[in-house]
Design a protein around this ligand. Structure first.
Ligand SMILES: C[S@@+](CC[C@H](N)C(=O)[O-])C[C@H]1O[C@@H](n2cnc3c(N)ncnc32)[C@H](O)[C@@H]1O
Length: 357
């Protein structure tokens, strides 16, 4: 049959199983690197199916470890799979896989947090942002300890069309600790709604695929795991610089059980807090006694736009950071220097009400 003939052309030849490889290379999971392996190929195939059709695709896999997910990606027909693994103990096993799939598996021994993915693939796979996503996917059973910082970094890359997103709207299929997966997909009013929900959903279509029970991993982690698929949006839901959106959203959620104005007012120096918060809430037409979790993305967009407009009129405002001021106050207290926490941190001169930052 033609179809099975085609399938046979990219399926891997017989190899030692992943469990055999783990034993062969005496690969004990390192807690420090959040190593929880998936050895059941039916599960890794299921994760890979969430990415869509990988026939002839370019793929970057994060943390391949003993290579279970790697095999599933190759069996799904990926033409060029680049794996980035920090732990050198896995490299020999990955080389074995690479020999079984000639020309299709490239191995980088490195750290995904610093790896330049914008240089990892040929330019000609790029697709303009307004068009369909490129035939490039990021897939990974992420180490828990890097998943959130990595996701924040990639969200910023999406906003700026840098890193893996120089090629266009690169899709991601990733695993997270179940609670983090729930936060990423949480809708307005949900208990799990958080900073991560807003930042992810204002830049991507975020889809929760399925949950993997902790017992499916070796060793078994304390928690279950959620698989999440992301497609960057053509038009972000909030069209302001990433750092500014992140600042407003961070402030909103710093007092997640209180009325939203409580967090928002900390965007402004104390002397002008009431006045500017009221101005921002009025301009955004948002009820100040809504809880952070009750705010919809259009309401958050209105708040961010109102804050951006205030910053345009008073450029110094954008530099004000409540937490930084608290830190300075704490330092001054430790040194016994009585200081006004709203003084200019660089010169030590008190800020006038007109020049709050
Ligand atoms: C949860 S394990 C998953 C291993 C394998 N993909 C699987 O599903 O069985 C995470 C993997 O990421 C690797 N890793 C941890 N931190 C990393 C980093 N910063 N960059 C690249 N790989 C990393 C670990 O060594 C480990 O192989």
């Amino acid at each position: 049959m033609a179809a099975s003939g085609k399938l046979a052309s990219f399926r891997l030849p017989p190899l030692p199983t992943v469990s055999e490889l783990v034993k062969l290379y005496k690969l004990r999971a390192e807690k420090q690197l959040s190593q929880n392996f998936l050895l059941d190929l039916r599960l890794t195939d299921k994760i890979v199916r969430q990415a869509g059709n990988l026939k002839d695709a370019y793929v970057c896999e994060v943390g391949p470890g003993p290579g279970g997910l790697t095999r599933s990606i190759l069996n799904a027909g990926a033409a060029d799979l680049l794996v980035v693994e920090k732990d050198s103990r896995f490299i020999p096993g990955l080389k074995l896989l690479s020999e079984a799939a000639p020309g299709r598996l490239r191995i980088v021994h490195g750290d995904i947090l610093t790896y330049r993915m914008d240089r990892g693939f040929p330019d000609n796979i790029s697709k303009p942002w307004q068009e369909d996503p490129p035939n490039l996917h990021i897939i990974g059973n992420l180490p828990f300890n890097v998943s959130t910082p990595l996701m924040i970094k990639w969200l910023e890359n999406i906003a700026n069309r840098t890193g893996p997103f120089v090629y266009g709207r690169t899709r991601l299929t990733l695993t997270f600790q179940k609670e983090v997966a729930e936060r990423l997909t949480a809708s307005t009013g949900s208990k799990q709604r958080s900073r991560l929900s807003i930042m992810a959903q204002c830049l991507c279509t975020v889809h929760s695929c399925f949950t993997i029970p902790g017992r499916a991993f070796v060793p078994k982690p304390e928690v279950d795991v959620g698989v999440v698929h992301f497609t960057p949006l053509i038009q972000p839901q909030i069209q302001q610089p990433f750092k500014l959106v992140e600042k407003v959203v961070r402030n909103i959620f710093q007092f997640r059980r209180k009325h939203c104005y409580k967090g928002l007012e900390k965007l402004f120096p104390e002397a002008r807090r009431g006045e500017l918060t009221q101005k921002m809430m009025q301009e955004a037409d948002v009820d100040p006694i809504l809880r952070p979790t009750e705010l919809s993305i259009p309401q958050i967009r209105a708040l961010v736009d109102a804050y951006a407009s205030l910053c345009t009129h008073e450029p110094g405002l954008a530099n004000y950071e409540y937490r930084e001021q608290l830190r300075l106050k704490h330092l001054a207290k430790q040194r016994g220097t009585p200081t006004d926490i709203f003084s200019d941190p660089t010169t030590g001169t008190p800020a006038s009400p007109q020049q709050p930052c």
